[in-house]
Design a protein around this ligand. Structure first.
Ligand SMILES: Cc1ncc(COP(=O)(O)O)c(C=O)c1O
Length: 345
């Protein structure tokens, strides 16, 4: 029986074309800038994001960390959503390693932060106040139902940042999901920001890797920060080769994941004891509430697992299922059947 692993799109395995490309990759020492495959991936990434340059990093967490360390010095502040991945799930790296003070403001259910709220928390220039150098947004917004942020909203926040002499960084771990959902090019979503990180190892199915993109000058400084945090990899082309295949072959198919997520959401909404508004599902992330009183959420997860369906608990009675490469329409039907059976048993 196939395990239907809906816990995250990070569980994806590389495609046969990726494995082949990894095997054949031309390699060199990337710390010397001499790995032709890494260099090619970086050029492709910069082009896809509409930026001058890009830097291959080990993970999304490293990409965001390097971005924060490059934009901010010790004691500087960065404003971000209270539900953002960087604030909640990156081990406080920028504070621990860079002395960067994180100012968390409420995310709205659609993943945005009200610009008026951002405006209110920016301190006036005064010796008493920390210097706030950076605003961070997340697109799609993982914990806000994978909501895509529009280019228009991002431009509004970018204008606000500029008015205050601040930079804007985008955690675009799933920016291609956002682009597909909104029917625009990813570079349009990245155009207003100073730096953007996107992941290869989520919906794009690579085993490892993310790209940090920005101006040539920013990326040059980021390269030093990457080295400092131990992210200077040597023959990294063996990993970058999969990234090239991902950008060429795996972006357009994300629509399939979104379609599967819509079908899953519709099905879950019809199961008594599970709470979900299908309108909230715009990309590949499906959050829903466990409302049943006859069993605990842990028992529900265990019962699904026994039948080969894996989902994740993220918060009290809050569950997440994510669609991705390797999950077919038939798997969604089976996952729904199992959920229905468990809930009506
Ligand atoms: C929105 C977002 N940003 C960043 C990351 C971090 O990526 P990684 O797991 O590669 O460090 C994740 C991981 O799930 C994420 O969902």
């Amino acid at each position: 029986m196939k395990t239907i692993d809906l816990r995250s799109d990070t569980v994806t395995l590389p495609s046969p074309a990726m494995r082949e490309a990894m095997y054949r990759a031309e390699l060199g020492d990337d710390v010397f800038g001499e790995d032709p495959t890494v260099n090619r991936l970086q050029e492709m990434a910069a082009e896809r994001m509409g930026k001058e340059a890009a830097l291959f990093v080990a993970s999304g967490t490293m990409g965001n960390l390097v971005a924060l360390l490059t934009h901010c010095g010790r004691g500087d502040g960065a404003i971000m959503g209270n539900l953002s991945h960087t604030f909640l799930n990156e081990a406080g790296g920028s504070a621990a390693l860079g002395g960067v003070y994180l100012l968390a403001v409420p995310n709205q259910p659609d993943g945005t932060i009200d610009p008026a709220v951002i405006e209110r928390v920016i301190p006036v220039e005064d010796i008493h106040h920390p210097r706030v150098r950076l605003i961070c947004l997340e697109n799609t917004h993982n914990y806000c139902n994978g909501a895509p942020l529009t280019a228009q909203y991002t431009a509004e926040v970018a204008a606000l940042a500029r008015r205050h002499g601040m930079a804007l960084h985008l955690d675009g771990a799933r920016i291609f999901n956002a682009a597909i959902a909104l029917g625009v090019e990813a570079r349009e979503l990245a155009a207003p920001v100073d730096s953007v990180m996107f992941c290869l190892s989520k919906g794009l199915s690579c085993p490892v890797g993310s790209l940090l993109c920005g101006s040539a000058e920013f990326i040059e400084r980021a390269r030093r920060m990457r080295k400092m945090v131990g992210g200077g990899m040597r023959q990294a082309g063996v990993l970058a080769a999969a990234g090239i295949v991902a950008l060429e072959q795996m972006v357009d198919r994300l629509e399939e994941d979104h379609e599967n997520a819509r079908i899953l959401a519709q099905g879950i909404a019809e199961i008594p004891g599970l709470g979900l508004d299908p309108k909230t599902v715009r990309t590949n992330i499906v959050f829903f509430d466990f409302l049943d009183r006859r069993m605990t959420v842990e028992q529900f997860i265990a019962a699904l697992q026994k039948e080969g369906v894996l989902i994740l608990a993220l918060g009290p009675n809050r569950l997440r299922a994510v669609t991705h490469y390797g999950i077919e329409r038939a798997d969604i039907e089976r996952a729904l059947q199992v959920m229905r059976r468990v809930m009506t048993a």
